[in-house]
Design a binder for this molecule. Sequence first.
Ligand SMILES: [Zn+2]
Length: 217
Amino acid sequence: MDPAHKPRPFLAGLLAVLLLGLAAALLIALCAGPAAAGGPAAPPEHAIPLCVHLAGPEDGHPPLRAFLEAAVPRAQELLGPAGARFEVRGTRAGEPAERAVQNAAERDALAAHAGEAGCVHVFLLPRLGDLERKDLDIAGRHWRYQGKDRRLRGRRYVLVAPASARVDTLAHELGHYFGLGHRAERQNLMKQLPRDPAPGLTPAQLRVVSRTLRSFR
Ligand SMILES: [Zn+2]
Protein backbone atom coordinates (compact mmCIF):
# COMPACT_ATOMS: atom_id res chain seq x y z
CA MET A 1 0.00 0.00 0.00
CA ASP A 2 1.35 3.41 -0.93
CA PRO A 3 1.16 5.65 2.15
CA ALA A 4 1.28 8.80 -0.02
CA HIS A 5 -2.02 7.85 -1.70
CA LYS A 6 -3.80 6.68 1.43
CA PRO A 7 -5.46 10.03 2.52
CA ARG A 8 -7.03 10.78 -0.90
CA PRO A 9 -10.30 8.83 -0.46
CA PHE A 10 -10.64 10.39 2.99
CA LEU A 11 -10.10 13.92 1.61
CA ALA A 12 -12.56 13.32 -1.25
CA GLY A 13 -15.17 12.14 1.27
CA LEU A 14 -14.57 15.16 3.48
CA LEU A 15 -14.91 17.47 0.49
CA ALA A 16 -18.18 15.81 -0.54
CA VAL A 17 -19.58 16.20 2.98
CA LEU A 18 -18.54 19.87 3.06
CA LEU A 19 -20.12 20.55 -0.35
CA LEU A 20 -23.35 18.81 0.70
CA GLY A 21 -23.39 20.87 3.91
CA LEU A 22 -22.85 24.05 1.95
CA ALA A 23 -25.67 23.19 -0.48
CA ALA A 24 -28.03 22.41 2.41
CA ALA A 25 -27.16 25.70 4.15
CA LEU A 26 -27.75 27.58 0.88
CA LEU A 27 -31.14 25.88 0.43
CA ILE A 28 -32.21 26.76 4.01
CA ALA A 29 -31.08 30.37 3.52
CA LEU A 30 -33.04 30.62 0.25
CA CYS A 31 -36.20 29.21 1.87
CA ALA A 32 -35.93 31.46 4.91
CA GLY A 33 -34.97 34.52 2.87
CA PRO A 34 -38.35 36.06 1.93
CA ALA A 35 -39.84 35.68 5.45
CA ALA A 36 -36.76 37.23 7.04
CA ALA A 37 -36.87 40.12 4.59
CA GLY A 38 -40.63 40.73 5.05
CA GLY A 39 -40.61 40.78 8.87
CA PRO A 40 -43.34 39.08 10.88
CA ALA A 41 -46.16 37.62 8.82
CA ALA A 42 -49.42 39.64 8.69
CA PRO A 43 -52.14 38.21 10.95
CA PRO A 44 -54.88 36.21 9.23
CA GLU A 45 -57.90 38.25 8.17
CA HIS A 46 -61.25 37.82 9.92
CA ALA A 47 -64.48 39.20 8.48
CA ILE A 48 -66.37 40.96 11.27
CA PRO A 49 -69.95 41.83 10.29
CA LEU A 50 -71.50 44.81 12.05
CA CYS A 51 -75.26 44.71 12.69
CA VAL A 52 -76.15 48.37 13.12
CA HIS A 53 -79.24 49.60 14.98
CA LEU A 54 -80.36 53.20 14.56
CA ALA A 55 -82.26 54.56 17.55
CA GLY A 56 -85.29 56.79 17.50
CA PRO A 57 -87.60 57.86 14.69
CA GLU A 58 -86.47 58.20 11.07
CA ASP A 59 -85.92 61.99 11.21
CA GLY A 60 -82.97 61.47 13.54
CA HIS A 61 -81.21 58.89 11.38
CA PRO A 62 -79.31 60.98 8.77
CA PRO A 63 -76.63 62.15 11.25
CA LEU A 64 -76.35 58.59 12.60
CA ARG A 65 -75.86 57.19 9.10
CA ALA A 66 -73.32 59.92 8.24
CA PHE A 67 -71.35 59.04 11.37
CA LEU A 68 -71.42 55.34 10.45
CA GLU A 69 -70.03 56.04 6.98
CA ALA A 70 -67.00 57.78 8.50
CA ALA A 71 -66.55 55.64 11.62
CA VAL A 72 -66.41 52.20 9.97
CA PRO A 73 -63.47 53.09 7.66
CA ARG A 74 -61.72 54.67 10.68
CA ALA A 75 -62.21 51.47 12.70
CA GLN A 76 -60.90 49.51 9.72
CA GLU A 77 -57.82 51.71 9.56
CA LEU A 78 -57.08 51.32 13.28
CA LEU A 79 -57.99 47.64 13.87
CA GLY A 80 -57.35 46.29 10.36
CA PRO A 81 -53.63 45.69 11.17
CA ALA A 82 -54.83 43.12 13.75
CA GLY A 83 -56.63 41.23 10.97
CA ALA A 84 -60.16 42.66 11.37
CA ARG A 85 -62.18 43.29 8.21
CA PHE A 86 -65.33 45.18 9.20
CA GLU A 87 -68.38 45.14 6.99
CA VAL A 88 -71.84 46.50 7.73
CA ARG A 89 -74.21 43.55 7.40
CA GLY A 90 -77.28 45.72 7.70
CA THR A 91 -78.89 48.66 9.48
CA ARG A 92 -82.16 48.40 11.35
CA ALA A 93 -84.13 51.50 12.15
CA GLY A 94 -85.99 52.31 15.35
CA GLU A 95 -84.08 49.95 17.68
CA PRO A 96 -84.55 51.28 20.31
CA ALA A 97 -87.60 53.38 19.50
CA GLU A 98 -86.47 56.09 21.96
CA ARG A 99 -83.79 58.64 21.09
CA ALA A 100 -81.89 58.33 24.35
CA VAL A 101 -80.50 55.53 26.51
CA GLN A 102 -80.07 56.99 29.98
CA ASN A 103 -79.54 54.21 32.53
CA ALA A 104 -78.36 50.62 32.98
CA ALA A 105 -81.85 49.15 32.57
CA GLU A 106 -82.22 50.91 29.21
CA ARG A 107 -78.79 49.67 28.14
CA ASP A 108 -79.81 46.13 29.13
CA ALA A 109 -83.07 46.45 27.19
CA LEU A 110 -81.03 46.74 23.98
CA ALA A 111 -79.96 43.08 24.37
CA ALA A 112 -83.36 42.04 23.01
CA HIS A 113 -82.32 43.51 19.63
CA ALA A 114 -78.84 41.95 19.70
CA GLY A 115 -79.72 38.30 19.12
CA GLU A 116 -78.31 37.73 15.65
CA ALA A 117 -75.17 35.61 16.03
CA GLY A 118 -71.88 36.11 14.17
CA CYS A 119 -72.31 39.85 14.24
CA VAL A 120 -71.09 42.71 16.44
CA HIS A 121 -74.21 44.68 17.33
CA VAL A 122 -73.67 48.43 17.22
CA PHE A 123 -76.35 50.82 18.51
CA LEU A 124 -76.14 54.40 17.27
CA LEU A 125 -78.02 56.66 19.65
CA PRO A 126 -78.81 60.37 19.53
CA ARG A 127 -78.02 60.44 23.26
CA LEU A 128 -76.23 58.12 25.69
CA GLY A 129 -76.38 59.06 29.37
CA ASP A 130 -73.62 58.61 31.95
CA LEU A 131 -74.65 56.18 34.70
CA GLU A 132 -73.24 58.24 37.57
CA ARG A 133 -73.99 61.78 36.43
CA LYS A 134 -77.49 62.17 35.07
CA ASP A 135 -76.67 65.56 33.51
CA LEU A 136 -73.81 64.14 31.45
CA ASP A 137 -73.87 62.52 28.00
CA ILE A 138 -71.09 60.16 26.99
CA ALA A 139 -69.61 59.19 23.62
CA GLY A 140 -69.74 55.41 23.71
CA ARG A 141 -69.74 52.22 25.75
CA HIS A 142 -69.03 48.55 25.29
CA TRP A 143 -71.85 46.90 27.26
CA ARG A 144 -72.51 43.41 28.54
CA TYR A 145 -76.10 42.55 29.45
CA GLN A 146 -76.48 42.62 33.24
CA GLY A 147 -80.18 41.81 33.60
CA LYS A 148 -81.87 38.68 34.91
CA ASP A 149 -83.23 37.17 31.70
CA ARG A 150 -81.20 33.99 31.19
CA ARG A 151 -81.82 34.02 27.43
CA LEU A 152 -80.06 37.38 27.11
CA ARG A 153 -77.06 36.61 29.32
CA GLY A 154 -73.68 36.85 27.64
CA ARG A 155 -74.88 39.29 24.98
CA ARG A 156 -72.44 42.13 24.38
CA TYR A 157 -72.79 45.14 22.18
CA VAL A 158 -71.43 48.56 21.42
CA LEU A 159 -73.25 51.84 22.06
CA VAL A 160 -72.16 55.06 20.36
CA ALA A 161 -73.75 58.51 20.53
CA PRO A 162 -72.42 60.39 17.48
CA ALA A 163 -73.48 63.77 18.92
CA SER A 164 -70.92 63.34 21.74
CA ALA A 165 -68.50 61.01 19.94
CA ARG A 166 -65.45 61.35 17.75
CA VAL A 167 -65.03 59.48 14.50
CA ASP A 168 -62.67 57.04 16.29
CA THR A 169 -65.12 56.29 19.14
CA LEU A 170 -66.51 53.25 17.30
CA ALA A 171 -62.92 51.93 16.93
CA HIS A 172 -62.30 52.56 20.66
CA GLU A 173 -65.44 50.61 21.67
CA LEU A 174 -64.62 47.81 19.21
CA GLY A 175 -61.18 47.73 20.86
CA HIS A 176 -62.95 46.95 24.17
CA TYR A 177 -65.15 44.39 22.40
CA PHE A 178 -62.01 42.59 21.19
CA GLY A 179 -60.24 42.49 24.51
CA LEU A 180 -58.54 45.84 25.13
CA GLY A 181 -58.66 47.86 28.34
CA HIS A 182 -58.01 51.56 28.84
CA ARG A 183 -54.59 53.16 28.47
CA ALA A 184 -53.22 56.41 29.87
CA GLU A 185 -51.12 57.58 26.88
CA ARG A 186 -52.87 60.33 24.92
CA GLN A 187 -51.67 58.95 21.60
CA ASN A 188 -53.32 55.58 22.27
CA LEU A 189 -56.76 54.77 20.83
CA MET A 190 -57.71 53.16 24.15
CA LYS A 191 -57.21 56.36 26.12
CA GLN A 192 -60.54 57.77 27.22
CA LEU A 193 -61.41 61.18 25.76
CA PRO A 194 -59.66 63.53 25.44
CA ARG A 195 -56.95 61.82 23.36
CA ASP A 196 -54.76 62.75 20.42
CA PRO A 197 -56.54 63.47 17.13
CA ALA A 198 -54.75 60.60 15.37
CA PRO A 199 -54.25 57.85 17.95
CA GLY A 200 -52.96 54.34 17.32
CA LEU A 201 -52.49 50.94 18.95
CA THR A 202 -49.27 49.28 20.10
CA PRO A 203 -48.06 46.01 18.53
CA ALA A 204 -48.94 44.23 21.82
CA GLN A 205 -52.51 45.60 21.69
CA LEU A 206 -52.84 44.50 18.05
CA ARG A 207 -51.74 41.00 19.07
CA VAL A 208 -54.47 40.89 21.77
CA VAL A 209 -57.11 41.94 19.23
CA SER A 210 -55.77 39.43 16.70
CA ARG A 211 -56.07 36.58 19.23
CA THR A 212 -59.59 37.63 20.24
CA LEU A 213 -60.73 37.90 16.62
CA ARG A 214 -59.91 34.23 16.16
CA SER A 215 -62.54 33.20 18.69
CA PHE A 216 -65.24 35.52 17.28
CA ARG A 217 -68.43 33.66 16.38
ZN1 LIG B 1 -63.37 53.04 26.83
